[in-house]
Write a protein that binds this ligand. Structure first.
Ligand code: 5GP
Ligand code: ZN
Length: 143
């Protein structure tokens, strides 16, 4: 482990929650994952699911850890929907600052949604077919 990753782990707010050094409203925990309420929810019941190990984002999280996280996300999503009486659930995951990531410890948001909660989805863009083809080609080449 590098000095930088040791320092990240020590200072990371979600690692502190995992270690019990910072209080959080925990709703579920198993060997590899933890779920707790977001301190500044989009809607009440907004829950975060994290791996107990520190990884900065989805790209750097090992597949087996990510599988455990998404399994917990599914379990918690069902419970959040039932427990809050939500009409729907968004499961989201931000990676890198431009995509809105603020806390650099992998996490999935479980956001309860209500029919009239006022949130709008991002608008889709009208693009040409050759633009889509070009984008698909670049992505396929990057795999
Ligand atoms: P991101 O933008 O990185 O995807 O989301 C980070 C989330 O963590 C935000 O929704 C923010 O409200 C939440 N958050 C930040 N600090 C804390 C904290 O100390 N405790 C809890 N429970 N949530 C936090
Ligand atoms: Zn961390």
């Amino acid at each position: 482990m590098t000095d930088e990753s040791i320092s990240n782990k020590t200072n990371c707010i979600f690692c502190k929650i995992v270690r019990g050094e910072v209080p959080a409203e925990k709703v579920y925990e198993d060997k590899d994952t933890l779920a707790f309420l977001d301190i500044r929810p989009n809607n009440v019941g907004h829950t975060l699911v994290v791996p107990k190990e520190h990884y900065e984002n989805t790209y750097s999280t090992p597949d087996n850890v990510l599988c455990a996280v998404i399994k917990t996300a599914k379990k918690v999503a069902v419970a959040v929907k039932k427990g809050t009486g939500a009409d729907g659930i968004n499961i989201t995951n931000n990676n890198d600052s431009p995509a809105g990531q603020l806390i650099f410890h992998t996490h999935f948001h479980i956001v309860p949604r209500f029919t009239d909660d006022g949130f709008k989805h991002w608008p889709g863009k009208e693009v040409r077919e050759d633009t889509l083809k070009e984008a698909a080609e670049k992505i396929r080449k990057s795999l």
